[in-house]
Design a protein around this ligand. Structure first.
Ligand code: DHB
Ligand code: FE
Length: 282
């Protein structure tokens, strides 16, 4: 059976793509953010995942407001990136893993998750930047991906409880995949941020640190909150932390525990409180 080796999570702010492109990683503004990654690069160099299941939220590149699935699973052989207007370079196509995609899709439907399946899917900065951050030496990360999109863009959003159940079901599907591949789960988005309206620039360090701590010690902690409570506490875009919850729930599959490999928290990059985390299953 496939091995679920651990989980990764990072913020996905478009400006990071510009900083990478211009080689600004050691400038004072960027260094405290990029310094969060080398211990995770070392770990990835050791555990070498073959496939990464990426929980992310599309921001209007593949799905727009007229057609907005709550959960969508990619089932393509490759995923293309395209210009979103942020002024950052696009990435070459990223290889998919249709075998794992279809296994996850079959398992999720059997467990009564009414997902959308996508044999074509453009992936935006929320998928491409984390791959660049975790595998900076590579033009395209040396992994196959299965992108899973969770709507955090247009209300109504799925509840934290539902996202947790989805993540757990995805973890169980990975563990029941008849393959010798090593699989990691990844979350992208958050932590607290709000890009528009009266609270633009809103950041909640106290909540973010509680949330980060819960990833290690109490994975279900955030499921106590409604989506509106999460928006209140983390901001209209901070609700992207639902991806982290799905990633963490996947790691509970089969009764696994986790060991923290590394984490970092830095305020702000652009309008966002940034977090990065790597957890190893034990
Ligand atoms: C920013 C953050 C995001 O999560 C995003 O998708 C776009 C922009 C920002 O802080 O600039
Ligand atoms: Fe975002």
């Amino acid at each position: 059976m496939a091995q679920l080796i651990g989980g990764l999570a990072t913020s996905h702010i478009p400006a990071i793509g510009g900083a990478i492109h211009k080689g600004k990683q050691n400038e004072p503004y960027w260094k405290p953010f990029f310094d969060g990654f080398p211990p995770i690069h070392d770990w990835l160099g050791k555990v070498k995942p073959d496939v990464v299941v990426v929980f992310y939220n599309d921001h209007g590149l593949n799905f727009f407001l007229d057609k907005m699935p709550t959960f969508a699973v990619g089932a393509a052989a490759t995923y293309s990136n395209a210009d979103e207007g942020w002024g950052i370079p696009t990435l070459p196509p990223i290889p998919g893993c249709p075998e794992l995609s279809w296994h996850i899709i079959n398992q999720l439907i059997a467990k009564e998750f009414d997902i959308v399946t996508c044999q074509e899917m453009l992936v935006d900065h929320a998928c491409t930047l984390p791959l660049k951050l975790f595998w900076p030496e590579h033009e395209v990360a040396p992994v196959q991906i299965v992108p899973i999109d969770i709507n955090t863009v247009q209300f109504p959003l799925p509840t934290a409880k539902r996202v947790y159940k989805l993540g757990k079901a995805v973890g169980e599907a990975i563990q029941s995949w008849d393959s010798d591949k090593r699989v990691a789960v990844m979350a992208t988005g958050g932590l607290s941020h709000q890009l528009e309206g009266e609270r633009a620039g809103f950041i909640n360090k106290k909540f973010d640190l509680q949330f980060l701590d819960s990833m290690e010690t109490n994975p279900e902690w955030a499921t106590q909150f409604s989506d509106l409570e999460l928006v209140e506490k983390a901001g209209t875009q901070g609700v992207e932390l639902l991806m982290w919850l799905a990633m963490r729930a996947a790691l509970t599959a089969g009764g696994s525990g986790v060991r923290k490999v590394h984490s970092n928290y830095h305020i702000p990059i652009s309008n966002t409180a940034t977090g990065v985390l790597a957890l190893e299953t034990v």
